[in-house]
Design a protein around this ligand. Structure first.
Ligand code: DX5
Ligand code: ZN
Length: 242
């Protein structure tokens, strides 16, 4: 169920950077408390779903999303690192996901986009570091969100891949030149140091897991990332037009 007034990817095109804490780095034994703790600085909650096939790790599925949905009103941005998301999209929607991102590398993108639209989900497409932007470009005008991975998916706490910055800039340029309202999300190794880099390149929704949840004061950590990103945004020329 989409949350009334929620800051979803399709509905927020104002010139600001938004923060999406990734619960992957949270203490799952205290997940509700962990989410409540970051809520004041969270625009979106990023939920990493891993199937053990597309990535060499397993995380959570629709039942956990159901409980998260009952616990909080945040926009739930579900990142499906799965070989076969078609089988589960309905369950994630029913569980309360607001938007889902499927990976372009698995193929079948047209059908997955149609399925997500039919279900009333915001439509996201995720792209791995080694996959060129050209693989996503044909779908751009059908998306609410493009999720550019800045680490290899599967684990939190990895180092940001600076070679992806050019891809972010390319995506920003393509989105702006076509006059699209596609949100541009980055995921992996985002912290107070890398947030300005991705923001200057054009990202507007920043996922951060370990840089928030692995810190002694997660809400303060999220706030510092936001401040760093907003400062960078202020330096980007022509930002008022975005
Ligand atoms: C990695 C996940 C990320 C992860 C990011 O496969 O998609 O969302 O939580 O973690 P950090 O911010 O620690 O790199
Ligand atoms: Zn993710």
């Amino acid at each position: 169920m989409a949350q009334a007034g929620s800051p979803g990817p399709a509905r927020r095109a104002q010139p600001s950077v938004r923060i999406a804490p990734s619960i992957l780095s949270a203490d799952f034994a205290q997940l509700g408390d962990e989410i409540s703790r970051v809520t004041p600085e969270a625009d979106v909650l990023h939920v990493d779903v891993m199937d053990g096939h597309f990535v060499p790790n397993l995380t959570i599925g629709p039942p956990v999303v159901t409980w998260i949905r009952r616990h909080c009103d945040l926009y739930l941005d579900c990142h499906l690192m799965m070989d076969n998301p078609a089988k589960f999209l309905g369950a994630f929607r029913e569980a309360g996901a607001d938007g889902c991102s499927v990976h372009v590398e698995i193929g079948g993108t047209a059908g997955l986009i149609a399925q997500m639209r039919d279900l009333g989900l915001d439509v996201g497409l995720a792209v791995n570091p080694e996959t060129p932007f050209e693989d996503c470009e044909p779908w751009l005008d059908q998306l609410d969100l493009l999720l550019i991975m800045t680490v290899h998916p599967g684990f939190g706490g990895q180092m940001f891949m600076s070679e992806i910055v050019g891809k972010i800039a390319r995506a920003r340029h393509a989105i702006d030149s076509a006059g699209l309202a596609v949100d541009l999300e980055v995921d992996g190794g985002i912290d107070v140091g890398t947030a300005p880099i991705v923001t200057e390149a054009g990202a507007r929704l920043l996922v951060a897991g370990s840089a928030i949840f692995a810190q002694p004061d997660p809400v303060a950590a999220a706030h510092r990332i936001r401040e760093a990103a907003q400062a960078a945004l202020a330096t980007v020329s022509g930002e008022g037009a975005r």
